[in-house]
Design a protein around this ligand. Sequence first.
Ligand code: AKB
Length: 306
Amino acid sequence: MKKILVIGASGQIGSELTGQLRARFGEANVIASDIRPIENDANSETLDVLDGDAVKTICEKHAISDVYLLAALLSATAEKNPEFAWKLNMDGLFNVLNLAKDGLIKKVFWPSSIAVFGPGTPRDRTPQNTIMDPNTVYGISKQAGERWCEYYHQKFGIDVRSIRYPGLISYSTPPGGGTTDYAIEIFHEANKTGRYSCFLSENTRLPMLYMDDAVRATIDIMEAPADSIKVRSSYNLGGLDFTPKELSEAIKKHKPDFEIQYSPDFRQKIADSWPASIDDSEAQTDWGWKPEVSLDQMVNIMLTNC
Ligand code: AKB
């Protein structure tokens, strides 16, 4: 019997993933957890992923089989608090991987990111296996995490699965401190004030994905047969890629008076070290990944709901 624990369930991905998992596997079979209490949710727990004993207790209490570990500090926030980012992103992963090693849980999902790539990486259609020289705290923690996932798989047979998320776009829960967040803020400001000051320059192309596609990919990789998961570090995942200028042009089709200006800040340097687009052919071949939501569809959904 599958029993799922989502750690970081109140975050941008966690809130949407929890809903989809519950729709598929039943409310009571998906325990939502977060560092702050989750209001009005009978199947939830307050949990600090850095408290290894507490993670263990909750997994035992609910006889958890699968853990989705989403608690992390993202790229921009991590640059402001490097030591805590390293601690949260690494120790949280160890707390969960070690439960799998001890046989308490069966399967782990851990998110990596395009941030594992760096200035030496080929930027266009970045391949699955290539130069990885991340120069952000977040990217370094994600690259190290990928190595640990593969190590635990090879050494202890742990069934850990991972995706390198691009920037994720959604409207219901705000993102928390990423470099790709402009692609969400822009919609809120377009609806509220009709103008946006973008912290990246106009031609900064980055890989992105609408949240519904990202959640589907996450559940699909976890539900795929184990022998189809050939990559045990983390899979490249692509979908959309666009620049702030292209996004603003797409918004102007709906809101002709929308105005954008560009004031790049420290996040520009982070964005410049990341891929512009992603080659995700291994995810397509191994477990059938296929993005569905186009740029125009995403813009339409975001403007309607923000
Ligand atoms: C960030 O911008 O930090 C994240 C990511 C690409 O992992 N959205």
